[in-house]
Design a protein around this ligand. Structure first.
Ligand SMILES: [Cu+2]
Length: 142
C-alpha cells in the first residue's frame, strides 16, 4: 500500500457517466428558463378595459401579483386604473408606471385610482416600488 491509498481523504471525486452530467446541466438550464419566464415572461391573456363615460376604467386587484397583470387599452382615450390592494406586503404598497413618470401609494384594503392621459399605442410596464411585481398596459389602436 502506498501512503496515498492509506490516507483517508475527507472527500473524493466520484466520476459520473456523461449522460448524468448532461442531464444535470439540462435540468439547470431548464430551471433558469423557468425562472426567467416567471419573472419576465407574459402570463395569461390581457384584460380589456370597460368604457365608462369616455374613460377607460380597469380594476386591478393586488394580491401576490396584479390581477389582471396585462391590460389592453385603446389609444387616444383617457385611462383610469383602480387598484385594490389586498396584500399586506409592503412590497406592493406602491405602484409605478416608469414610462409615464407616475406612481401611486396603495393603502391596504382600499380602492385608489391612477388617472392617465390618452396614451399612444405601445407597451407601458408598471410595477411595485422595487420592480419585483410586474404588470403591463398594452395600448392599441381601435
Ligand atoms: Cu415590491
Amino acid at each position: 500500500m502506498t501512503p496515498m491509498e492509506m490516507a483517508d481523504p475527507a472527500w473524493r471525486t466520484i466520476a459520473q457517466p456523461l449522460v448524468v452530467k448532461v442531464l444535470v446541466a439540462l435540468g439547470g438550464v431548464g430551471l433558469i428558463a423557468l425562472e426567467l419566464w416567471w419573472f419576465l415572461g407574459r402570463h395569461g391573456e390581457a384584460a380589456s378595459a370597460a368604457a365608462e363615460s369616455g374613460m377607460q376604467t380597469v380594476r386591478i386587484t393586488v394580491q401576490g401579483g396584479y390581477s389582471p397583470a396585462r391590460v389592453r387599452l385603446r389609444a387616444g382615450q383617457p385611462v383610469r386604473l383602480v387598484f385594490h390592494r389586498l396584500d399586506p406586503s409592503a412590497c406592493v404598497a406602491k405602484v409605478v408606471v416608469p414610462d409615464l413618470q407616475r406612481s401611486l401609494d396603495l393603502p391596504l384594503d382600499a380602492e385608489v385610482s391612477l388617472d392617465l392621459p390618452p396614451l399612444a399605442p405601445g407597451r407601458y410596464p408598471f410595477h411595485c416600488g422595487m420592480a419585483m411585481v410586474r404588470g403591463e398596459l398594452e395600448v392599441v389602436n381601435n
